[in-house]
Design a protein around this ligand. Structure first.
Ligand code: F6P
Length: 328
């Protein structure tokens, strides 16, 4: 592959925001300055690329952002970038600023955009896994996943106080579109009675049986974690079905929702984002294009974007086994 001269790099965040995105931007920009590059912020993701919302970044722009949740570059889901015309506009804007390469921080949709852009216009791009869902291959953890799990656990701990005080059964729905990583992690970490994830279908009868056994065993409280988009339905739907079998139970549903996406990034997410931000710039300078930088066993690994976005990262069977043992 031909090594391109890279002097100006654009950075954008796209899709759902995740805690640690700011830390990743800051690391990429600082690394760019270290290697004497000009760094540009593209605001509102691909939407900003199409609308030419692009500004040169200075070190003051990235002061005190590492510890902040969200993304100061803002984020969006762009329908126009999915069209060839939209991508052509984006390319023209990029070139009008003389930007030679892109760093895209986001989930699978955002990285798909970077891949297409490279294929169509040859713009070198490195993706960083920025999503709370942890559903990208080529990295042990995505930026924001650890913080989202911590946030979920903190909220569930509080819900448990009421569950115990009132002998209530709670169904708590966590995020993770089509992926059960937050559910399994937060479920084990909060001693859930059961964890329902999209990857595994569980019959309501089995769940009811399990809850009956736990009631007989006089468990202090019962909290069932349900991943959104689960095969068995969302928390409200499952709670309704269970209620038919256990009418004597006082059942409540809590949907944690977007609170899981906000807040200051955890120590792990700050480290992950910082390492990957530097890796993105170094990767581009070494001619690693159309790849996602991830961390596997604490080491930076570059995975072709096409490979990283394949929907085959699975919840660890052993996590599932442990959750089962601990909730019996
Ligand atoms: O991909 C991150 C995520 O928070 C998913 O867990 C969730 O399904 C989705 O984004 C929600 O998206 P939006 O904020 O656009 O409703």
């Amino acid at each position: 592959m031909e090594l391109k001269t890279i002097k100006k790099i654009g950075v954008l965040t796209s899709g759902g925001d995740s805690p640690g995105m700011n830390a990743a931007i800051r690391a990429a920009v600082r690394a760019g300055f270290y290697y004497n590059l000009e760094m540009y912020g593209v605001y509102r993701g691909y939407e900003g690329l199409i609308q030419n919302d692009i500004k040169k970044l200075h070190s003051g722009d990235i002061a005190h952002v590492l510890e902040r949740g969200g993304t100061f570059l803002k984020s969006a889901r762009s329908a126009e970038f999915r069209t060839p015309e939209g991508r052509k506009k984006a390319y023209d804007n990029l070139r009008s600023h003389g930007i030679d390469a892109l760093i895209v921080i986001g989930g699978d949709g955002s990285l798909t955009g970077a891949h297409l852009f490279y294929k169509e216009f040859g713009i070198p791009a490195v993706g960083l896994p920025g999503t709370i869902d942890n559903d990208l291959s080529g990295t042990d953890s995505t930026i924001g996943f650890d913080t989202a799990c911590n946030t979920a656990i903190e909220a569930i701990d509080k819900i448990r106080d009421t569950a115990t005080s009132h002998d209530r059964l709670f169904f708590v729905e966590v995020m993770g579109r089509d992926a059960g990583f937050i559910a399994i992690n937060a479920g084990i970490g909060s001693a859930a009675a059961a964890i329902l994830i999209p990857e595994k279908k569980i019959a309501v009868e089995n769940l009811v049986e399990k809850l009956k056994v736990r009631t007989k065993a006089k468990k202090a409280s019962n909290i069932v974690i349900v991943a959104e988009g689960g095969k068995s339905g969302g928390a409200a739907e499952i709670a309704e079905k269970v209620k038919k079998h256990l009418p004597y139970y006082d059942i409540k549903v809590t949907i944690l929702g977007h609170l899981q996406r906000g807040g200051a990034p955890s120590s792990y997410d700050r480290l992950l984002a910082s390492k990957l931000g530097v890796a993105a710039v170094e990767g581009l300078l070494q001619g690693k294009y159309d790849v996602m930088a991830g961390l596997i066993n604490h080491k930076v690994v570059y995975t072709p974007i096409k490979r990283a976005i394949v929907d085959d990262k699975e919840v660890d069977e052993d996590d599932f086994r442990v959750a089962k043992i601990l909730s019996t």
